[in-house]
Design a protein around this ligand. Structure first.
Ligand SMILES: Cc1cc2nc3c(=O)[nH]c(=O)nc-3n(C[C@H](O)[C@H](O)[C@H](O)COP(=O)(O)OP(=O)(O)OC[C@H]3O[C@@H](n4cnc5c(N)ncnc54)[C@H](O)[C@@H]3O)c2cc1C
Length: 279
């Protein structure tokens, strides 16, 4: 586990809030905004949900004290959406209030497709209280075109990603070319019709298309990438005058997140095995 922990460190700030704040400060020093997530998901008991709510309140206070530029991003299942969506909403409202008090954006991650409806419902409820709410949408889901239209109408911010969860072929595109095609089509919609969205990808093709669209449609948007991925590109984009955010996860429950990162790029597994062999 020691070696795995060390390998995971490239994508996870560490186990404590102090680790997240350190990485967020480092990102800010490079001209990059922080997008901080406290790891943890699929809670079915109220105690870990309530601890998560307290953690985010402390995190927002600490970000404020340290003058960190950036936002937080919550997972609906860490706020109890699998218990009951109204309960999850009620647990998020104090975090929304704290976010609003500091003028930050509250982002919602998107998880497995069994939570998409509830996540959008929660996002819409939050939007009635504060207009700076963002919701992640996944290009691999066939429903995303409709969801995107709906969220644009709602005035939500959207973070477009390819999707990190394995879904069934009835509801999701499974091949890389289909997912990329959907991503490019949603990018077009965002640049022509939305404002304040996030292009969440490390894929050079998606980023180049976003750069081309940005030239034709001067609308406020940001690039968002994960901690530990394509660091030189982040700096390049900042130097070219773009807004870039780095998703910084922290906390002891890092294993599911780490597994998703390993799975999405076979080369990551090879690199990990090589690093173990070489000690
Ligand atoms: C800010 C952010 C937030 C996210 N939030 C969510 C969420 O809420 N829900 C969700 O389901 N998913 C989320 N994701 C994950 C997302 O769905 C994808 O699983 C992940 O981003 C990989 O897809 P990709 O677009 O980077 O392209 P991929 O198809 O994975 O990668 C394409 C190309 O990117 C380049 N690349 C990728 N990694 C590296 C690397 N380490 N070094 C160099 N080049 C590399 C390579 O050229 C690669 O071929 C998020 C991603 C980001 C960036």
């Amino acid at each position: 586990m020691g070696l795995v922990t060390r390998f995971a460190r490239q994508w996870v700030a560490g186990e404590t809030m102090a680790d997240a704040l350190r990485v967020a400060n480092e990102a800010n020093a490079r001209g990059i905004d922080a997008l901080v997530n406290h790891l943890g998901e699929h809670y079915r008991e109220k105690a870990p949900v309530e601890a998560t709510r307290r953690e985010y309140l402390d995190l927002l206070a600490a970000m404020q004290t340290e003058g960190i530029r950036g936002e937080v991003s919550l997972k609906p299942t860490q706020f109890g959406v699998l218990i009951d969506r109204a309960y999850a909403l009620s647990e998020m409202i104090p975090v929304l209030e704290a976010t609003r008090a500091t003028g930050r954006v509250l982002w919602l991650d998107m998880e497995g497709a069994n939570t998409t409806d509830d996540t959008i419902w929660i996002g819409e409820q939050l939007l009635t209280r504060y207009d700076r709410v963002g919701i992640c949408l996944q290009a691999n889901l066939k429903r995303t075109g409709d969801d995107l239209e709906r969220l644009i109408r709602d005035g939500a911010r959207v973070r477009l990603v390819k999707g990190a969860y394995k879904e069934t072929p009835e509801i999701a595109y499974r091949t890389r070319s289909e997912i990329d095609r959907a991503y490019l089509s949603h990018l077009e919609t965002l640049f022509t019709r939305a404002r304040h969205f996030a292009v969440g990808s490390h894929d050079g093709r998606m980023i180049d298309r976003a750069l081309a669209l940005a030239k034709a449609h001067p609308t406020p948007f940001e690039f968002a990438m994960l901690q530990g991925v394509r660091d030189p590109l982040k700096i390049e984009l900042v130097r070219a005058g773009h807004q870039v955010a780095e998703y910084i996860p922290y906390g002891p429950n890092w294993l599911p997140y780490f597994t998703r990162r390993l799975r999405e790029r076979p080369r990551n597994v090879i690199t990990m095995v090589r690093s173990f062999v070489s000690g």
